[in-house]
Design a protein around this ligand. Structure first.
Ligand code: SF4
Ligand code: SF4
Length: 157
């Protein structure tokens, strides 16, 4: 997948990435709304938001195979991918971040998870979000990764 944006697709009323990520520059914890977020209308400090915000794109903005209804605020789950170095190779990890209870069990989300793993990516499903934290469930296909790879990954995330 490239970083090419899906033509005509805009964030619109979605501000979910302003909730799910930890942003050190703003001393913002993950799964807590940014104090600058105005869900439905955007960011109150848009022109001088941190670089990390300017650079971020979730998978829905990049993958033309996703439908309009898969926008994170509609789906209850946000997909995002990042590359992680494991020894001598660079691997793609798909994060499946659930911010609505049970949304990661939707059939579409489960199918995406399986597809990513079948293509040789690692997936990390984040569920069970409470004030105390959340659960990271790491999944992979043994044909692509060993348990040592996964141990290394755990040290990197
Ligand atoms: S989660 Fe994706 S669609 Fe929603 S605001 Fe962020 S980048 Fe846009
Ligand atoms: S600074 Fe703006 S873009 Fe960044 S997380 Fe906060 S509301 Fe979102």
């Amino acid at each position: 997948m490239t970083r090419e944006l899906v033509e005509g697709r805009e964030c619109g009323g979605c501000s979910i990435c302003c909730k799910v990520f930890m942003i050190k520059e703003l001393q913002k914890f993950d799964y807590k709304w940014c104090t600058h977020a105005r869900p439905g209308s955007g960011c109150a400090i848009y022109t001088h938001r941190p670089t990390v915000c300017q650079d971020f794109l979730c998978v829905w903005r990049l993958d033309p195979d996703l439908e309009h209804d898969h926008r994170p605020d509609f789906l209850g789950v946000m997909f995002y991918s990042r590359s992680v170095r494991l020894g001598h190779r660079e691997v793609i990890v798909y994060f499946i971040m659930e911010f609505e209870f049970g949304a990661s069990r939707k059939r579409f989300v489960q199918e995406q998870d399986r597809d990513y793993r079948a293509q040789g990516y690692i997936t990390i499903i984040q569920t069970g979000v409470t004030d105390k934290g959340y659960i990271n469930e790491i999944q992979w296909s043994p044909q692509f990764f060993s348990r040592d790879d996964i141990r290394r990954l755990k040290q990197r995330i």
